[in-house]
Structure formats: C-alpha cells, structure tokens
Design a protein around this ligand. Sequence first.
Ligand SMILES: Cc1cc2nc3c(=O)[nH]c(=O)nc-3n(C[C@H](O)[C@H](O)[C@H](O)COP(=O)(O)O)c2cc1C
Length: 201
Amino acid sequence: MKPEKSKAEKRTKLIVAITGASGANYAVALLRALKEKGIEVHLVVSEWAEETLKLETGMKTNDLKKIVHRAYANDDLAAPIASSSFLCDGMIVMPCTLKTASEIANAHCGTLISRAADNTLKMRGRLVVGVRETPLSTPALEQLHKISIAGGIVMPLCPAFYHKPKEIKDLEAFIVGKALDCLGIGNSEFGRWGEGSRKEK
Ligand SMILES: Cc1cc2nc3c(=O)[nH]c(=O)nc-3n(C[C@H](O)[C@H](O)[C@H](O)COP(=O)(O)O)c2cc1C
C-alpha cells in the first residue's frame, strides 16, 4: 500500500513568471499573497523583469527569492519546471510582455518561461497570462487569441473601480484577487460585486 501523502506534498504548487512589462508591483503583491496562503511558488524572472522590478518597486530578484520556495533563471532550460513531468497546479505570467505572450502563443520554447507555459498548456493545466499593454495591435490580439483558444486565460491587468480603491495597494489587491480567482485558488483580496453594500430595488 502506498503511504498517505503528507500535508506538504498535497499543498498547492504554482509557477509564477515575471516578465519585463510595466506592473512589477502586481507580481510582488501576488507573491506576498501566495506566501500568506502557504502556496509553494516556483519563480522565474526574465532579464527585463529585473529592470522593471528595480525601476518600479526598487526591489531586486534576490528580494523575491526570500518569499518563494525556489527560483530559476530564465535561461535554465534544465530546471525541473522545464519538464512536463513537473506536476503543479498552474502557472501565471504576470506581468506578461507581448514578447513572452507571442512566444507562448507560438510554442517557441526558447526560455524557461515559454517552455513551462507550453508544458502547462499541453498538460491542460491552468495558464494565466496577465498582459499590461494598451492599446493592443492586431498582431498582439492575434497572439492573445491563440493563447485563449489553446486553453490559457488572458487576463488584462485592468483594475475595476467598483470596490472604491483609495490607494495603489487597493488596485493591486483587485488584480491579485482576480489572478487568484483565475488560478482557481479563490480570494478575499477585494469585495465581490453584489456582496456588501448593494441597494436592493
Ligand atoms: C520600463 C519598461 C516598461 C515596459 N513595459 C512593457 C509593457 O508594459 N508591455 C510589454 O509588452 N513590453 C514592455 N516593455 C518591453 C519589454 O521589456 C521588452 O519587449 C522585452 O524584450 C521583454 O522581454 P521578456 O518578455 O523576456 O521580459 C517595457 C520595457 C521597459 C524598459
């Protein structure tokens, strides 16, 4: 008889990738929320994400390494997450550049991020792609459409305002909450529409 899986073996495991689009603060807020939830995070930060992270948050990849289970370089194509034998509960690329989105859409597995994303799609796992760009060109929309029909969730990083945000952290909470919902984790980061102060007609 096989031994019962330990609690640690059963815990949710996610791949989080950060690429060089604006919105690095969303990724930091997401990693903090995942840490709080006790989720095992395998992190990849692209070279350009290191730049946007520094520019927008003043943080370095090393700071993020402290709040995740494991981190890998984007050119480490021998990392465990480069193989679809790595079992996990999903992957999110946030923020996701149009470059990386295009690589994912075309199964161009030249980086660890695009390779892990392709594995996720081929294993019919949850892949969430948080694009920041606006407006979107027709070629970019075509790439995002390809990801969507392949089963990925394209999540534009557009906060809503119905939860009455007052500070940047409220906007971040909305995006993090949406990302957690898309990953099937669920969230209590922001009030859902219809819950709370709705006036009955
Ligand atoms: C400050 C800054 C902000 C950027 N913002 C975006 C963005 O919002 N969306 C995007 O697609 N590319 C953006 N880029 C361009 C990407 O960083 C660039 O295309 C890069 O090659 C992406 O590589 P990566 O996907 O491997 O991170 C930005 C670049 C810089 C320097």
